[in-house]
Design a protein around this ligand. Sequence first.
Ligand SMILES: CC(C)(COP(=O)(O)OP(=O)(O)OC[C@H]1O[C@@H](n2cnc3c(N)ncnc32)[C@H](O)[C@@H]1OP(=O)(O)O)[C@@H](O)C(=O)NCCC(=O)NCCS
Length: 131
Amino acid sequence: MEKAKKISDSEIEMVQLVLPNDVNLLNNLKGGQLMHWIDIAAALTASKHSEKYVATVAIDSLYFRHPIRRGEMVKLQARLVSVGKTSMRIKVTVWAENLQTGAVIKTNEANLVFVALDETGRPTRVPEISE
Ligand SMILES: CC(C)(COP(=O)(O)OP(=O)(O)OC[C@H]1O[C@@H](n2cnc3c(N)ncnc32)[C@H](O)[C@@H]1OP(=O)(O)O)[C@@H](O)C(=O)NCCC(=O)NCCS
């Protein structure tokens, strides 16, 4: 059995800038682009915890509470919620910052499940959580 690890050891923050190619006709960040960033942020946390290859197995929820505008800075925080034998539940929280006013607003929350994979692509055990 692998040594248990702390949730804080695999927590990550990822920052992005919303560029013209990322927005829709209303100048809001495209949902698909944000989903891509959420998937990457959660995959980084899953990889750090498991130290294995990982695959997205489920996106259980994704809430769009506020639009994110062109030119805003987007901060994504991914944090482990729980682990099973080979699976990891991860919550991603998203904030947008207006760089002209400094205003920060929580815009999204997502819950995803990742599975750790061995060299042959089969599910493999992940460390337990120690806190
Ligand atoms: C990931 C994959 C290898 C798992 O294979 P599988 O035959 O379902 O494996 P298992 O049934 O042993 O499930 C593995 C774990 O995933 C969990 N799981 C499977 N489907 C799930 C779902 N829809 N929601 C939550 N957990 C799920 C199982 O409960 C199990 O957890 P545990 O080991 O912690 O108890 C397979 O589903 C797969 O290849 N999916 C495609 C992944 C992909 O292409 N993702 C997008 C690109 S990264």
